[in-house]
Design a protein around this ligand. Structure first.
Ligand code: FES
Length: 128
């Protein structure tokens, strides 16, 4: 694929985000900020039989942070909580399919940090 197509994937998710919104009630809800810019992402999850039954994200941020959250919702739909816990930063970065500069890594990984914190329980700190 060309670089343009890779960029199109980010833009497509940014313009047409999957699972954007909130769930109320939810089994897990968590939100956090990118400390570098103050942008926020919240993720709500409903769980059934130890699998993600529904998830939604909300908040604001740059195209990379929003596209990455949208892609993460697709990646985790129907997955077991153990499978979600096993998702690595590299897994998500691979799905973004564009090289992410070190300065934008927190943008790209904010959604994963929030989702995992929600599932592990408030207080979980992702390793930086
Ligand atoms: Fe704020 Fe990317 S600039 S999340």
């Amino acid at each position: 694929m060309s670089d343009d197509l890779y960029r199109d994937i980010i833009l497509d998710h940014y313009r047409n985000p999957r699972n954007r919104g909130t769930l109320d009630p939810a089994d897990y809800s968590y939100e956090d900020v990118n400390p570098l810019c103050g942008d926020e992402i919240r993720i709500d999850v409903r769980v059934k039989d130890d699998k993600i039954d529904e998830s939604a994200f909300s908040g604001r941020g740059c195209a990379i942070s929003q596209a990455s959250a949208s892609i993460l919702m697709e990646m985790t739909d129907g997955k077991s909580l153990d499978d979600v816990k096993a998702i690595t930063k590299e897994d998500l970065l691979e799905e973004l399919m564009v090289p992410i500069s070190p300065a934008r890594l927190k943008c790209a990984l904010l959604s994963l940090k929030v989702l995992k914190a929600g599932i592990y329980g408030v207080g979980h700190e992702d390793e930086d």
